[in-house]
Design a protein around this ligand. Structure first.
Ligand code: ZN
Length: 200
């Protein structure tokens, strides 16, 4: 069962509007065969330890071992756990600036800030496939090999790690990087417009 400290981390991300509406989902690997994942259609700012469904990761079909309906993105979490035996936590969120880059199909440059580069590592863009589809699950699973941070095109973000803290930090730093990158994009555009005008 996810611990109370983990719930506090999810509430903190929810307060930052990383999960607009009831969007986003969080999972934790509890053993080699099972994960706990947030149930579908639930607000993350009031999430409790009882809002997680148990799901098998070994079978092709999703076995639900509780009365709760797991997140519609469960297949994506399972494919990532299969691809990454080293990780134990996955957070899928829709933070505003990261989602801006997802809809613009621009991969931010993590190296503009040494701090974000150190904490995020390699950042990958996943092609657009409908939310909850097997194609999205497979594409995210492949992209997760060697990358703890994914931007899902026209959708949102996924981060993963061996602990809740690490996974949440990567998500926060990704959104911070995207916020700074967005401002830089605006100021660079303004500067180039100014330069073009002065050349006329
Ligand atoms: Zn989503």
């Amino acid at each position: 069962m996810p611990k109370k400290e983990y719930i506090n981390i999810i509430h903190k991300l929810a307060e930052k509007n990383f999960f607009p509406g009831t969007s986003g989902n969080i999972s934790v690997r509890i053993n080699k065969r099972q994960i706990k994942i947030t149930q579908t259609h639930i607000f993350k700012d009031t999430l409790t330890v009882n809002d997680f469904a148990t799901v098998s990761i070994n079978n092709k079909k999703i076995d639900v071992n509780s009365k709760m309906r797991p997140s519609s993105e469960t297949r994506m979490h399972i494919e990532i756990y299969r691809s990454r035996p080293d990780i134990s936590v996955i957070i899928h969120a829709h933070p505003i600036y990261t989602t801006y880059f997802a809809v613009s199909n621009i991969l931010p440059d993590v190296s503009i800030l040494p701090e974000t580069e150190k904490q995020i590592g390699k950042l990958s863009m996943v092609n657009y496939y409908p939310s909850g589809s097997e194609k999205l699950a497979i594409a995210a699973g492949k992209a997760s090999i060697g990358s703890n941070a994914l931007i899902l095109r026209n959708h949102g973000a996924v981060t993963m790690g061996s602990t809740f803290e690490d996974t949440a930090i990567i998500m926060e730093m990704l959104e911070y990087l995207c916020n700074i990158s967005y401002i830089k994009l605006l100021t660079d555009t303004l500067a180039s417009l100014k330069n073009n005008n002065s050349e006329d």
